[in-house]
Design a protein around this ligand. Structure first.
Ligand code: GRF
Length: 205
């Protein structure tokens, strides 16, 4: 599948997808476009280093959300994008894009949904909330994107322990490591068509 990666920051998850593609583990997703809202994002450098076309598109520069969605959808169509992977993308996608790519947009969240998700739950906020709550496990959730934050059907989860002496940084590093180990597996399963979706349940087949 022709795949676009959306990223706003460092792009370490994007890098692991590129690495798995290069190593031959990720065979059914071809990265044809990188989209970002922040021109300084490290993800842009990673895309350029791999010769992947980039699109810098800042929603705030458009008069309406519809105009933004139209520009985005024409760029995606032009690149023949069939699958979208969000890898640290900090903007909510317009409903028109979610509708156009229903069950073809993946997101990775650094906690075990439905706990510690939703609006405002990103970056260190998530890990602080997990530690403050006293949870003993956290982890990674890869899920499809729907119209609500961190809500679509779950494709894959991986747990990591929360240790007694953890702070936001140490927990974030352990979770990020787990993210790097598993995002490509979910992308490969979806791109290869090896899943079935029955209501909210995503079944590997
Ligand atoms: C990851 O923790 C991911 O779960 C979240 O944003 C972060 C992106 O990190 N959605 P990176 O830019 O891939 O390093």
């Amino acid at each position: 599948m022709r795949c676009a990666v959306f990223a706003s920051g460092n792009g370490s998850n994007f890098q692991t997808l590129l690495d798995r593609r290069a190593s031959g583990d990720l065979i059914h997703a071809d990265f044809v476009l990188m989209v970002g809202n922040n021109s300084k994002a490290g993800a842009f450098d990673r895309a350029r280093a791999h010769g992947i076309p980039t699109l810098h598109i800042a929603p705030s520069r458009f008069p309406t959300e519809e105009a933004y969605a139209e520009r985005l959808s024409s760029a995606l169509k032009e690149a023949g994008v069939e699958l979208i992977t969000l890898a640290g993308y900090m903007k909510k996608l317009p409903p028109a894009i979610v509708a156009l790519y229903r069950n073809r947009i993946l997101n990775i969240h650094p906690a075990l949904l439905p706990a510690f998700g939703g609006q405002g739950m990103y970056g260190s906020n998530v890990h602080k909330a997990v530690i403050d709550y006293g949870a003993k496990v956290s982890g990674v959730t890869v899920h499809f994107v729907d119209d609500e934050y961190d809500h679509g059907p779950v494709i894959l989860q991986k747990a990591v322990p929360v240790l007694d002496d953890d702070n936001e940084q140490t927990l974030a590093a352990r979770v990020l490591q787990a993210e790097h180990e598993c995002y490509w597996q979910a992308v490969e399963a979806v791109a290869a068509g090896r899943i079935k979706i029955i209501e909210r349940r995503v079944i590997r087949c």
